[in-house]
Design a protein around this ligand. Structure first.
Ligand code: KG4
Ligand code: ZN
Length: 347
């Protein structure tokens, strides 16, 4: 019997403020990963400016395609498919990646695979360790906060979602009040390690019998505290403010996750998304899971795979490739694409 042929996928990601390309072997091995970040261009506006993002994606996408192929010592003829994030995200930004991938697919005849960005974040875990199913993922990023039950690599069920702000969005908004540059999560996390939870902000939805999240009440409580102190010229300790905010976020994320793990008893637990880089959250989840009677395997991807990158898109695309789920040249950007998805895929 002959050994199974390797599958090499060139993947594109351009849903927000990073343009990224990668070559991924068999959905598990990173042969190359290039990430061109635009954060500096957006910082002076305090957030991502969609039109600026699209322009930067256009400027670099051809160059970083060449770089990803060169770094992987691969040529177009060695590839088996082209994959691209087609949603959710900023429509203009998504369209740059989608157009580049479609052009590459048309020019080479290689099959095209459309990938959900959130599925990508979760599948960063596949580049780190073997996922055994059923699995449960806590997906926390700038735009999403979800608990996702995964029956297999393609069948996802959202069991908990945010009712308002996503966790990363809340970090960025309170960061602005503290004078921290966008994106604020990393700095708030670092300050939190040096401060104390002295403000005891509210932990929303903890008493509720569901897996949904809400962070806008916490954000408002934080902003009110900071503004009130400003008005009476009282100086608050920024590190304690950061620690108090982070403690409230982590309490809610960790408690809901632990309940879901107890109820669904998955074989693997995955943490994904930009906020998965949070040191406080990683430490707390690890500690809580160690206390469980039924302990899942825990996959916390390395920090470079938590933020937006094309490697995670290549990992997710491999599962679609294996299932024969290809897109065609009618593939379009879908800014509000939701998990689970099937309608844009051809069998
Ligand atoms: O996944 P991602 O790169 O982009 C989206 O798909 O949204 O996530 C970006 C978010 C930003 O809101 C950023 O502040 C947050 O992830 N973030 C963090 C940390 N590092 C990045 N939040 C908390 N702690 C961190 N260490
Ligand atoms: Zn993302």
């Amino acid at each position: 019997m002959s050994a199974k042929k390797d599958v090499r996928i060139l993947a594109y990601e351009s849903s927000c403020d990073e343009t990224s390309t990668a070559v991924i072997k068999n959905g598990r091995e990173i042969e190359s990963l290039v990430v061109a970040t635009q954060i500096k261009s957006h910082q002076r506006f305090g957030g991502v400016v969609p039109e600026v993002a699209s322009r930067h994606h256009i400027e670099v996408i051809t160059q970083i395609t060449k770089e990803a192929l060169a770094e992987a010592e691969t040529d177009w003829k060695d590839l088996d498919a082209i994959a691209v994030t087609y949603g959710p995200g900023l429509v203009g930004a998504l369209l740059i990646g989608v157009s580049a991938a479609k052009a590459a697919s048309m020019a080479t005849g290689l099959p095209l695979i459309g990938v959900d960005h959130i599925m990508g974040h979760i599948m960063a875990a596949q580049l780190t360790d073997e996922i055994t199913y059923p699995a449960l993922a806590l997906q926390v990023s700038g735009g999403h906060t979800e608990l996702v039950l995964m029956h297999d690599p393609l069948n996802f069920e959202i069991i908990g979602d945010t009712r308002d702000d996503a966790a990363g969005e809340a970090y960025d908004k309170i960061g602005r009040v503290l004078g921290v540059n966008y994106p604020a999560g990393k700095t708030i996390d670092a300050w939190a390690q040096e401060g104390q939870d002295t403000f005891h902000f509210p932990r929303a939805m903890l008493q509720e019998d569901n897996y949904d999240f809400s962070f806008s009440g916490l954000k408002s409580a934080f902003i009110n505290t900071a503004h009130h102190a400003d008005q009476i010229h009282e100086k608050l300790n920024k590190k304690d403010l950061a620690a108090s905010f982070q403690a409230a976020v982590i309490d809610v994320l960790a408690e809901k996750t632990v309940h879901a793990l107890q109820q669904y008893q998955p074989k693997t637990f995955i943490l994904g998304g930009g906020v998965a880089a949070n040191l406080g959250l990683r430490t707390r989840l690890n500690a809580e899971i160690k206390q469980l009677k039924q302990q899942p395997k825990v996959i916390l991807p390395p920090l470079k795979l938590c933020g937006d990158n094309a490697a995670m898109i290549g990992a997710a695309a491999y599962n679609l490739f294996e299932a024969g789920k290809f897109a065609d040249l009618t593939l379009n950007a879908d800014p509000s694409l939701e998990l689970p998805y099937a309608e844009h895929m051809l069998n």
